[in-house]
Design a binder for this molecule. Structure first.
Ligand code: ATP
Ligand code: MG
Length: 395
């Protein structure tokens, strides 16, 4: 039987060097340990081009799905480490071969320790000979049913039969933090995923309008936050009570400008909450042309009230492409649950598609929005969600 004892994490070609590389590895190792925090026996060994996780009896298969969601990993394998002798390699490779049904195979040896006395080719041949002698498997170097990878390194040799693709990207946290405007829709969770993939930690801000929006609608948003938090570890969600400000907008502004002004208020509040929490940018799930407030003209009029950059990862995506990603990352089924959002309740009949700055400013000058913004911020609640659901309801 094969005794898998190590998970080997590869981070592929890094463009970053020196101190950045050290930060990268340290952060990646920490992020992996967060998603596996319920497995206390794991031991992490960081080296310049690999992370080794010694299992010490933990079940490797229960780690796979979680590791696949950690950004910064190019690929990983469940391996058995053996001493650097050809006999030990042959024995373990034979055991792996015997775990497979009768079929074709290929041995792929890689020697990063060049002091080992045999060349890769010789290792391949020696191991294949043992397998051919002791099983009914045949060699096929072009299209094998299974491969056995033998990685000879200075300390040990790592043997595995499967290379599992990682999520790519950068480890979350090495590129700062952003405040994501999270609605209950399909787009913003997908945006969160892409921002995280660039190594940016995400905090979320959600605007809710009780009693026009229900507790279930808020629960839905928190569940979406939990689902995307699987890609970065725990996540803060700032819930802003938006009702009074929203009602004031509808009272004082021309209906066609209500959405534009509501968005300007949202980003003003988000920017302040972002700065308090040391976020360097905002992020949204806006997509060009999707609705009236997502034209270039609208984005311009919305952008001009704040200084922080706004990241819009899905701005050029077709809706169908966004849906495809949301299914892949596991948020789609929750996003389509039919709960109202603050925007859907107050939707005007004819929202302006080409708003003008001076008109927006004119409407805003009709009421004291600063006081209302301050009240929103004072009453904002922060909820921390974790990847593994701890209780049925968040509120
Ligand atoms: P949908 O899939 O319904 O388009 P959406 O999340 O894109 O969902 P939009 O109305 O298109 O919703 O809003 C555009 C963006 O504005 C969202 O992606 C989100 O970033 C932000 N947003 C909208 N409503 C809220 C809200 N209630 N709280 C926080 N952010 C919001
Ligand atoms: Mg949208």
């Amino acid at each position: 039987m094969v005794q898998y004892d190590t998970i080997l994490i590869r981070y592929g070609e890094l463009s970053t060097k020196g101190k950045n590389k050290k930060d990268f590895i340290r952060r990646l190792s920490k992020n992996i340990s967060h998603v596996l925090e319920d497995k206390p026996n794991l031991e992490y060994i960081n080296t310049y081009d690999r992370i080794y996780i010694r299992l010490h009896g933990e079940d490797p298969y229960s780690c796979i799905e979680r590791i696949q969601k950690v950004f910064g990993i190019s690929s990983f394998s469940i391996t058995q480490k053996v001493p650097n002798t050809i006999e030990a390699m042959e024995e373990t490779c034979l055991a792996i071969a015997k775990e497979n049904e009768k079929g074709t195979f290929k041995v792929v040896a890689h020697r990063s320790d060049k002091t080992f006395e045999m060349k890769s080719d010789q290792i391949n041949r020696a191991i294949a000979t043992v397998i051919l002698k002791n099983t009914e498997h045949k060699v096929d170097v072009h299209n094998p049913d299974f491969k056995i990878h033998v990685e000879v390194r200075q300390e040990y040799t790592y043997i595995t039969s499967k290379i599992i693709p990682g999520a790519g990207g950068y480890p979350v946290g090495i590129n700062g933090k952003a405040m994501l405007l999270l609605s209950g829709g399909i787009d913003s969770p997908v945006a969160a995923y892409y921002v995280m993939k660039r190594g940016v930690e995400v905090e979320a801000i959600h605007f809710s309008s009780p009693p026009y929006t229900s507790t279930s609608a808020q629960e839905k948003v928190l569940e979406l936050a939990r689902l995307v938090s699987q890609y970065q570890g725990k996540m803060k969600v700032h819930v802003v009570p938006f009702t009074d400000l929203q009602l004031a907008i509808y009272k004082n502004c021309n209906e066609s400008y209500a959405i534009t002004i509501m968005r300007r208020m949202m980003v003003r509040i988000a920017e302040r909450v972002a700065k308090r929490n040391r976020c360097l940018a905002l992020a949204t799930g806006e997509s060009l042309g999707q609705v009236a407030s997502q034209t270039l003209e609208s984005m311009g009029v919305i952008n001009e009230v704040i200084k922080l950059p706004i990241l819009r990862p899905v701005v050029t995506f077709d809706k169908l492409d966004i849906i495809e990603v949301s299914k892949k990352i596991g948020t789609y089924e929750t996003s389509i649950l039919p709960f109202e959002d603050c925007c859907t309740i107050f939707t005007p009949k004819n929202p302006v598609t080409k708003p003008l700055s001076h008109r927006a400013e004119e409407y805003e000058s009709k009421f004291d929005f600063e006081t209302l913004i301050n009240e929103c911020i004072e009453n904002t609640k922060c909820i921390v969600v974790k990847p593994i659901k701890e209780k049925e309801n968040y509120l």
